[in-house]
Design a protein around this ligand. Structure first.
Ligand SMILES: Cc1cc2nc3c(=O)[nH]c(=O)nc-3n(C[C@H](O)[C@H](O)[C@H](O)COP(=O)(O)O)c2cc1C
Length: 370
C-alpha cells in the first residue's frame, strides 16, 4: 500500500445534506415523502440544518426529468438563495462542465462568494445521463474524456480565481491575459467532485479538495481512500473524503428496517431498472468497465447514489457507531439523504450528532486534546 499522510482523527466529522431542489425526493419510490422541492420548504430546511449542526448543503444539477425528478431547480441560483437565507451553512452548487465553462462558473461563484461571506462551494460532476446530454444538445464525450474535461475545468477555474493576467492553453478551455475582478473571498470556494471510477479517483488525487463517493461499507470506502490518498500523497496533497448515505434513524432498529423495506416495496420497478441500465452503461464505458454503480443491486438503485449501502439504518446509537466506523475508514464528511427532510434533519441533529461528538471526544488522542 502506498504511503499516505497522517489522518487527522481529532477533527470532527462534517455533515452535509442533499438539497431536495429536484422533485420526487432521493428515492425512486412511491412511498410517502414529506419533502418538497420548492424554495420555501428548502429555505426552512437550510435553517433547520444549520441549527442542527450540519456544515454543508449539497444541491443537485439536472436539466431534464428522468427516473422521477420531474421538476428541477437550477443549482447555482438555488444555492445562492439558500446561502442568503442562512448564516453559517456552506452551500455546494453542482456544476456540469459542458453546460458550464470555467469563465461563467468563475464569475458566478466569485459574485456569490462576495454576497454570502464566502459560504459557497462547488461540486464538479462529470455526467452519467446520456439522454440528458442529447436533450440539451451537448456532445456526449467518452467516459475518460469527460473526466479530462472536468480536470481541465478545475485547473482553469483555479487559475481564473487566483491569478491576474491568467493565460491557459488547454484542449477544452483557453485564456489570454484574463483578470477576473472581483475574485472570490479568501479562502477560495472549496472544490468537491462526484464519481468513483479510476478516472474520478485520479482526478481527485490531482486537483480536487474533496472526493464524494456513492454509499458503501467502511471496508470498500477504505479501499478507495487508500488508493486516492496514496496517489495524492505522492503529489504532497491530502484529499478530503465525503460518502453518501440514506439515513433512516428510528427509536428501534426494526422500525428503521421496516421503513427501508417499504421504500423498496413501493419502488417503481421500471424507473429503477431504467436508471440502473443508464448508470451501469455510463460506468461500463470507462476503460476499467466499472463505475459508481457497477455492483449495485435493485434495492441499492432505489436510492440514486447507493445510500442504503452505508447502512445508516437503525437507532441513533447504531448510526453514531457506524459513522465512527466510516470515519476510521478515512471519511471526513457524511452526506445524508432522508425521506422526510425537515423533520429528519432536525431529529438527526438532536439525537445522532451529539452521540458522534461524544464518541469522537472519547477517542481523541491525548496530544490532540489541547
Ligand atoms: C455525491 C454525488 C453527487 C452527484 N451529483 C450529481 C448531480 O447533481 N448531477 C449529475 O448529473 N451527476 C451527479 N453525480 C454523478 C457524478 O458526477 C458521476 O457522473 C457519476 O458518479 C459517475 O461517475 P463514475 O463513472 O466516475 O463512477 C453525483 C455523484 C456523487 C457521488
Amino acid at each position: 500500500m502506498a504511503a499516505r499522510p497522517p489522518r487527522r482523527p481529532h477533527e470532527p466529522v462534517k455533515f452535509a445534506y442533499w438539497v431536495p431542489n429536484v422533485s420526487g425526493g432521493l428515492v425512486i419510490s412511491d412511498i410517502e415523502q414529506r419533502t418538497s422541492w420548492d424554495i420555501d420548504y428548502n429555505r426552512e430546511l437550510a435553517r433547520i440544518a444549520e441549527r442542527s449542526g450540519f456544515d454543508y448543503a449539497l444541491t443537485q444539477i439536472r436539466f431534464t426529468a428522468g427516473y422521477g425528478a420531474e421538476f428541477q431547480h437550477e443549482s447555482v441560483a438555488f444555492s445562492h438563495a439558500l446561502a442568503a437565507a442562512t448564516e453559517k451553512l456552506t452551500v455546494i452548487a453542482a456544476l456540469l462542465p459542458g453546460p458550464w465553462n470555467p469563465t461563467l462558473a468563475g464569475k458566478q461563484l466569485a459574485t456569490i462568494s462576495q454576497l454570502t461571506g464566502g459560504r459557497i462551494a462547488i461540486n464538479v460532476v462529470s455526467g452519467w445521463f446520456r439522454g440528458e446530454f442529447a436533450a440539451i444538445g451537448e456532445p456526449w464525450l467518452d467516459h475518460d474524456e469527460r473526466y479530462r474535461r472536468s480536470e481541465e475545468f478545475i485547473r482553469a477555474l483555479r487559475g481564473v480565481w487566483t491569478e491576474d493576467s491568467f493565460t491557459f492553453n488547454g484542449d477544452f478551455y483557453r485564456y489570454r491575459d484574463y483578470s477576473l475582478k472581483p475574485k472570490p473571498l479568501d479562502p477560495l470556494p472549496e472544490i468537491f467532485q462526484g464519481g468513483s471510477s479510476r478516472a474520478a479517483r485520479d482526478m481527485a488525487a490531482r486537483v480536487s479538495d474533496w472526493y464524494f463517493t456513492n454509499g458503501n461499507t467502511p471496508e470498500n470506502v477504505a479501499r478507495q481512500v487508500d488508493d486516492i490518498q496514496g496517489k495524492a500523497a505522492e503529489l504532497g496533497r491530502y484529499v478530503k473524503i465525503g460518502v453518501n448515505a440514506f439515513a433512516v434513524v428510528r427509536e428501534t432498529e426494526a422500525e428503521a428496517r421496516a421503513v427501508v423495506d417499504e421504500i423498496v416495496e413501493k419502488a417503481n420497478p421500471d424507473a429503477v431498472k431504467a436508471f440502473g441500465h443508464e448508470v451501469k452503461n455510463a460506468g461500463a464505458a470507462s476503460p476499467e468497465g466499472e463505475g459508481n454503480w457497477a455492483k449495485s443491486s435493485f434495492e441499492d438503485l432505489v436510492q440514486y447514489n447507493d445510500g442504503f449501502k452505508s447502512n445508516l439504518i437503525g437507532t441513533p446509537r447504531q448510526i453514531a457507531d457506524r459513522i465512527l466506523d466510516l470515519k476510521d475508514a478515512g471519511v471526513d464528511l457524511v452526506l445524508l439523504g432522508f425521506l422526510h427532510f425537515q423533520e429528519e434533519v432536525e431529529f438527526f441533529g438532536r439525537e445522532v450528532i451529539p452521540l458522534v461528538r461524544e464518541l469522537e471526544a472519547r477517542r481523541r488522542p491525548v496530544h490532540a486534546a489541547a
